[in-house]
Design a binder for this molecule. Structure first.
Ligand code: G3P
Ligand code: MG
Length: 406
């Protein structure tokens, strides 16, 4: 048999563009799924008239749970597989602060969840407001720890611990106690409870996972978010000290989160292509296709495992390449990978002009902002940050972008 089939990696079936989705107000409202989101995911997973798979990730300012819990929850609600590698929450980029601080107070979320998340990121000594209240209940005079809350506490002598950083990971469940503790630490000498600085510049740094003033839940009006807590803390700090509070912010629209999102998106796109490559049966001895890959220069890069079965065969090389644009292929017989250029366009679908549209418009011209009407943005109002496109819901956004690309 004289047969040696030339095949170019099928760029056409994995889109060179990509999507990035906000979650609250786009995919979910509180615990409820926005129904069009399910169909939108189907379209991205190849069920569209172009048979194209479009890589996508999620960038939410929300948090308070590990990324794998968020992805499992989304998978159920969207009836498709979403993996933790596709998820960026407000606190996810705070991973990069591991090693910078020894003792951190993590605020927000239910029970011990945020402590666990912080520890899973690699933070060493993670304390919570509950620990502080157990150490000395008089810290917040109107909150008695419940039995449930007591189970989440660790025994710590906060008169001996120097808190280096306060990290608000998720929405506070107890503004009064949390604010009391945060303010005390900000005004303290070296982050030690029970002390007071005279100069107000000896306290810990404070980080917020995001600055959303309001957000969309399953209630008909938007609710105050972590940004509102930030405003409140800064106002109390100013009232007390006469100074502006220096706040470190993560989440959308911050540049740090944008850089993080680009890294995550690029890894995810690489993964989707590798998966696609596998499907082309490159390592399948029974396959009669995908025996040779071609790089940008038109050179053939042969999969060694397959090469053996072709030794001695003549190259008929008479078939037309079915696909136009080969990707760069690098590797050896053990590993073949595609080196990806950045996404041609990243469609960012969000509901909050101040965080989502600002995020997508501010950092890279190849990002294309789409505002939907299922969350914070209200029809008839003028969005403070203007999207490149406005549509009803996430399904319309995905349909619009796919059509725009083809
Ligand atoms: O607390 C979460 C909320 O502020 C916004 O989440 O998904 O709309 O970025 P999201
Ligand atoms: Mg949102």
């Amino acid at each position: 048999i004289k047969r040696k089939k030339k095949i170019v990696v099928d760029h056409a079936r994995v889109a060179s563009y990509a999507f990035c989705f906000d979650i609250d107000g786009v995919i979910l409202r509180g615990p409820d799924t926005i129904p069009e989101a399910v169909e939108a995911m189907k379209l991205l997973n190849g069920h569209n008239k172009y048979n194209i798979t479009v890589p996508s990730i999620f960038v939410t300012n929300g948090g308070g749970k590990p990324e794998h819990v968020r992805s499992e929850d989304l998978s159920k609600k969207l009836n498709c597989t979403i993996t933790p590698e596709q998820i960026i929450q407000g606190h996810t980029p705070m991973k990069d602060l591991v090693g910078v601080y020894e003792n951190v107070l993590v605020v927000g979320g239910l029970g011990n969840v945020c402590r666990n998340v912080a520890e899973s990121y690699g933070f060493k000594n993670v304390y919570t407001p509950f620990d502080v209240l157990k150490w000395n209940p008089a810290v917040s005079p109107y909150h008695d720890l419940t039995d449930e809350e007591l189970k989440c506490c660790r025994d710590v002598d906060f008169s001996k611990v120097k808190i280096d950083a306060i990290m608000v990971f998720a929405d506070s469940r107890n503004w009064a106690a949390d604010q009391q503790i945060i303010l005390e630490l900000l005004l303290s000498k070296d982050g030690i409870m029970g002390t007071q600085s005279k100069t107000f510049d000896e306290g810990p740094q404070i980080y917020f996972a995001h600055s959303d003033f309001i957000w969309a839940t399953n209630y008909k009006l938007s609710r105050y978010g972590m940004g509102a807590l930030q405003v409140s803390i800064a106002a109390l700090y100013k009232e007390h000290t006469g100074k502006e509070l220096k706040v470190n912010r993560f989440g959308k629209p911050q540049k740090g989160t944008f850089k993080f999102a680009n890294k995550v998106l690029s890894n995810w796109r690489q993964g989707v292509l590798d998966e696609h490559l596998k499907k082309l049966s490159i390592n399948d001895p029974n396959a009669d296709e995908a025996d040779i890959l071609i790089n940008d220069e038109g050179e053939e890069i042969i999969n060694q495992a397959k090469l053996e079965s072709f030794q001695g065969l003549e190259d008929s090389d008479d078939e037309e390449d079915p696909y136009k644009e080969p990707l760069a292929v690098v590797g050896n017989q053990d590993k073949i990978t595609l080196e990806l250029p950045p996404a041609s366009t990243v469609y960012f679908v969000g509901d909050t002009p101040e965080s989502d549209i600002r995020f997508a418009n501010s950092h890279d011209v190849s990002w294309f902002s789409i505002l939907v009407k299922t969350g914070v943005y209200q029809e008839g109002t003028v969005p403070k940050y203007k999207p490149k496109h406005l549509c009803e819901n996430v399904l319309e956004a995905v349909q619009f972008a796919i059509e725009r690309e083809h």
